[in-house]
Design a protein around this ligand. Structure first.
Ligand SMILES: Cc1cc2nc3c(=O)[nH]c(=O)nc-3n(C[C@H](O)[C@H](O)[C@H](O)COP(=O)(O)OP(=O)(O)OC[C@H]3O[C@@H](n4cnc5c(N)ncnc54)[C@H](O)[C@@H]3O)c2cc1C
Length: 407
């Protein structure tokens, strides 16, 4: 298979467009919303909704669709990862509808993000007080009542949960079990439109990093949604039944991660690049040149550190683009998506810590954003499957073990 590392012209234009957006609209308010954690960044939300989402290059070819999403994500997260997550877009909820929804559902729930109404958000609520990595253990229930499903349960750490549950046009994709005796076969995803009675915003987290992003606790009390809002089929596969290829229940919901993990990896690459760029600029200001052509025995510790940071970043980016390009070609990419996510989570954590270290006291000071990037980095090892869980997935896929093994 020929391998091209060249960006298409459209993707390169998109990169320029989002880089300018990050520079002009995100960086200037980065510290403000890191400090004012729960305030809506109106200057960004309004500008993006009215101008930013409409101005990019439109001509996205089939081969660069997901790559372009990754490039856009890297650029915006280079600007600010928390504000990126606060951007009015379909987000993880949209990825779930895209992965498991019908044509009609995609039109009904996603067209708002291209429409002329007010800003809207999408979110996905899986995690519960007693179910995180083991998403098959969720306890939120969905009970059939005529043409409706009734949801009951609590969801925590829901990114964009405030906007998605409160702002008209938005929606939360909530995972619930329709049959607790069926294990993962009973788990289904339901689209709950913003403002649906019975869905309540209970609270917002105070976080270490990505503080501009809203991370919500949502309560579902007899929350009624029509059957037309179920993603995939209502059929329940019992524990020992083999899922058919047409089953879009739990498997369909899990497919969301194949699309979203490369995007999270791209977020990590963006934050890592922000830190590395700053270090390189600072070295340049101080007249320090990295001697890429020096023999290994003559390299300084600083030169080795910088080269390692650059290599880590590039490796993470290439894995990310590989996973994305497989999505473009409709090829199964669970292995590659988890590889990219695991690599990028580690890389950004190391790069940002090293940046703080190399810069000395200014790196630790709030005068610079470098300490913030270090705080923004670690989340990439936690959400969308922790570092450990993604490593398990990689091992299982390589060894061809079922999910019941290597737990
Ligand atoms: C800022 C933020 C935003 C989030 N956004 C969302 C969101 O939008 N939607 C959503 O549904 N969730 C979201 N989450 C939740 C996140 O996905 C979970 O925190 C994550 O899946 C881990 O689950 P947990 O917190 O229950 O930890 P646990 O599963 O309890 O894990 C704790 C530790 O044990 C390790 N561990 C667990 N199982 C294994 C195993 N089998 N082998 C080895 N190690 C293991 C984990 O890697 C971790 O280090 C968010 C979390 C945060 C912090």
């Amino acid at each position: 298979m020929p391998i091209s590392f060249e960006m298409s012209e459209t993707t390169r234009l998109a990169q320029d467009y989002y880089r300018a957006m990050a520079t002009d609209h995100l960086r200037p308010i980065s510290r403000k919303y890191d400090t004012q954690e729960h305030d809506l960044p109106t200057e960004w939300v309004d500008w993006y909704w009215n101008h930013g989402r409409k101005g990019g290059p439109e001509d996205v070819g089939p081969s660069d669709g997901f790559i372009q999403v990754c490039v856009q994500t890297e650029e915006l997260c280079w600007g600010d990862a928390g504000l990126y997550l606060r951007t009015p877009f379909a987000g993880l909820g949209g990825a779930a509808v895209g992965a498991a929804g019908t044509k009609e559902q995609k039109k009904r729930f996603l067209s708002v993000f291209h429409g002329d109404g007010g800003p809207a958000w999408g979110a996905m609520a899986i995690t519960e007080p007693s179910a995180g990595s083991d998403s098959a253990a969720i306890q939120t229930t969905a009970t059939r009542d005529g043409d409706d499903w009734i949801l009951n349960g609590t969801k925590i750490f829901c990114t964009a949960g405030e906007g998605a549950s409160q702002q008209e046009g938005g929606f939360v994709v909530a995972w619930a079990t329709v049959d607790p005796t069926a294990g993962r076969g009973g788990i289904k995803a339901f689209v709950v439109p913003a403002g649906t009675p019975g869905m309540t915003l209970v609270g917002l987290e105070n976080k270490l990093g990505i503080r501009a992003s809203d991370t919500a606790t949502l309560q579902f009390d007899d929350c009624r949604v029509p059957t037309a809002n179920l993603l995939g089929s209502a059929e329940v596969k019992k524990r020992d039944a083999k899922a058919s290829s047409g089953d879009k229940g739990f498997k369909g919901a899990m497919a969301t991660f194949d699309a979203s993990r490369p995007i999270v990896a791209a977020m990590a690459v963006g934050v890592g690049r922000a830190a590395l760029d700053y270090v390189l600029e600072e070295l340049d200001r101080q007249g320090v040149r990295i001697r890429y052509d020096a023999p290994p025995a003559e390299l300084t510790a600083l030169e080795r550190d910088v080269m390692e940071m650059e290599a880590e970043l590039q490796a993470a980016r290439l894995l990310t683009w590989r996973a994305a390009s497989m999505m473009n070609r409709g090829r199964p990419n669970s292995l590659e998506a988890s590889m990219a996510k695991a690599k990028a989570g580690l890389a950004v954590t190391r790069i940002t810590q090293k940046a703080v270290e190399l810069l000395g006291p200014p790196g630790w000071s709030k005068k610079l954003l470098v300490e913030k990037w270090m705080r923004d980095a670690k989340i990439n090892d936690i959400y969308e499957g922790t570092q450990q869980i993604n490593q398990l997935i990689v091992a299982r896929r390589i060894l061809d073990y079922p999910s019941s093994m290597l737990r």
